[in-house]
Design a protein around this ligand. Structure first.
Ligand code: HEM
Length: 396
């Protein structure tokens, strides 16, 4: 793709040829490259890819860009009303419009509601582990990390679980596809299935999230079908690949760190803090904001309408925020930014944690020590979510 000429107002030292979908930095074992960029001490860079955009690298700048919704809008349609892309609700909304939609989702994924999903997560984790435990190894991505969150989501939301393979393919394409027109086409396919499901549930409610959303109170009214579609689309995009990759990246670390594996087998009470730290070391999300008005930000001359990508893989490895950032330090106190910050902080963090914890604690209890398969290297690709395509592991 053609590079955009650097506009005159961009300081040359801030320009870096960084391509989120394919960068030489990612060839360095993915997060090693991210640690290198984070260690450069830069807060922001300007990339000539995709029409030109900013990338927030540093931890403090990432926190500011995520939380300051007056300077950074999450709603590109407010700046570019002609945008054809479907609005994802509530992530493409700013306060106060955002609040009632957010409230319904935080209720649906509250710690109590998520505890109610625990049984399903345990049963599925059991089924998936049983299917591979008598083999000498497996591709952890396709055997466990992909089916677990996608099937849980489909079941909780009310989508037909027998269409799993199709859904998973849509998730992969929608996240990894650099061409906006192709991404939009996938979203349209998903919206079509959502519309069918909405029509069925409007006739007859069931015990699922779609039915709950239809009847929910969105600030004194019910949501329209278009709004419900936007919410489902976001849950689909935000909640599936993220868990798959978080889980696979955590597992990859454990496969390389047999000492930590042994420690967690002996001390399962440390599992929660180990998971938080591994999620931090291998953060996978980069998400956009748009500049609401001309302003200066950590030395960057921002112009209204500029796109700013907040890079969590670098922000969570910034040595100015995390001493010895690539080490898994279970006593670390600094809060990480893996689930974002501010009004859009991840609604599904609790569900994601339960899925990862349930799987890992069952795995560490029942499976022998495991390691990366020396004959089959892992495969990954990058984009708004760093995606693990395959993770071959072995055990004795
Ligand atoms: C390890 C797994 C996950 C990670 C790393 C993750 C990460 C994030 C991040 C960084 C944001 C903030 C984006 C922004 O500020 O623009 C976010 C928002 C969101 N996430 Fe997650 N997520 C995960 C799992 C989930 C799951 C399982 C669900 C679904 C239940 C979910 C639903 C959402 C929603 C709905 C939002 C938007 C919230 C809002 O706009 O108020 N996420 N997530």
């Amino acid at each position: 793709m053609e590079l955009t000429p650097v506009p005159a107002h961009i300081p040359p030292e801030m320009v870096m040829d960084y391509n989120l979908f394919d960068d030489p930095l990612f060839a360095k074992d993915l997060h090693s490259g991210m640690a290198e960029l984070a260690a450069s001490g830069r807060d922001l860079i300007w990339s000539p890819h995709f029409g030109g955009h900013w990338v927030v690298i540093g931890r403090e700048a990432a926190f500011e860009a995520s939380t300051n919704f007056e300077q950074f809008t999450s709603d590109p349609h407010a700046l570019f009303p002609e945008l054809a892309q479907t609005r994802q609700i509530p992530i493409n909304m700013d306060p106060p419009e955002h609040a009632p939609f957010r409230k319904v989702l935080t209720d649906a994924f509250s710690p109590r509601a998520v505890m109610g999903m625990q049984g399903n997560v345990e049963a599925l984790a059991r089924e998936l582990i049983d299917a591979i435990k008598h083999q000498p190894g497996c591709d952890f991505a396709s055997a466990i990390a992909e089916p677990l969150p996608v099937k849980i989501f489909m079941k909780v939301a009310g989508f037909p679980v027998e269409r799993f393979a199709e859904f998973r393919q849509w998730v992969l394409t929608s996240i990894s596809e650099g061409d906006p027109a192709k991404r939009q086409a996938i979203m349209e396919k998903f919206n079509e299935v959502t519309r069918e499901l909405l029509a069925a549930r409007r006739k007859q409610r069931q015990d699922d999230l779609i039915s709950t959303l239809i009847d929910a109170d969105f600030g004194g009214r019910q949501a329209t079908d278009a709004e419900l579609e936007g919410m489902c689309l976001l849950l689909f995009i935000a909640g599936l690949d993220t868990v798959t990759n978080g889980m696979a990246l955590v597992m990859r670390h454990l496969a390389m760190d047999t000492e930590l594996q042994a420690h967690l087998r002996a001390h399962p009470e440390h599992l929660n803090s180990a998971i938080e730290e591994m999620l931090r070391c291998y953060a996978a999300n980069t998400f956009p904001r748009w500049v609401a008005h001309d302003s200066a930000f950590f030395g960057a001359p921002l112009r209204r309408g500029d796109m700013v990508l907040v890079s969590l893989p670098t922000a969570n490895l910034d040595p100015r925020g995390f001493a010895n950032p690539t080490a898994v330090d279970m006593d670390r106190k600094t809060p990480h930014l893996v689930f974002g910050a501010g009004v859009h902080r991840c609604v599904g963090a609790q569900l994601a944690r339960i899925e990862i914890r349930t799987l890992l604690s069952m795995w560490l209890r029942e499976m022998p020590p495991f390691r990366l398969d020396p004959d089959k290297p892992w495969k990954y690709h990058t984009g708004f979510v760093f995606s693990v395509d395959s993770l071959p592991i072995r055990w004795d």
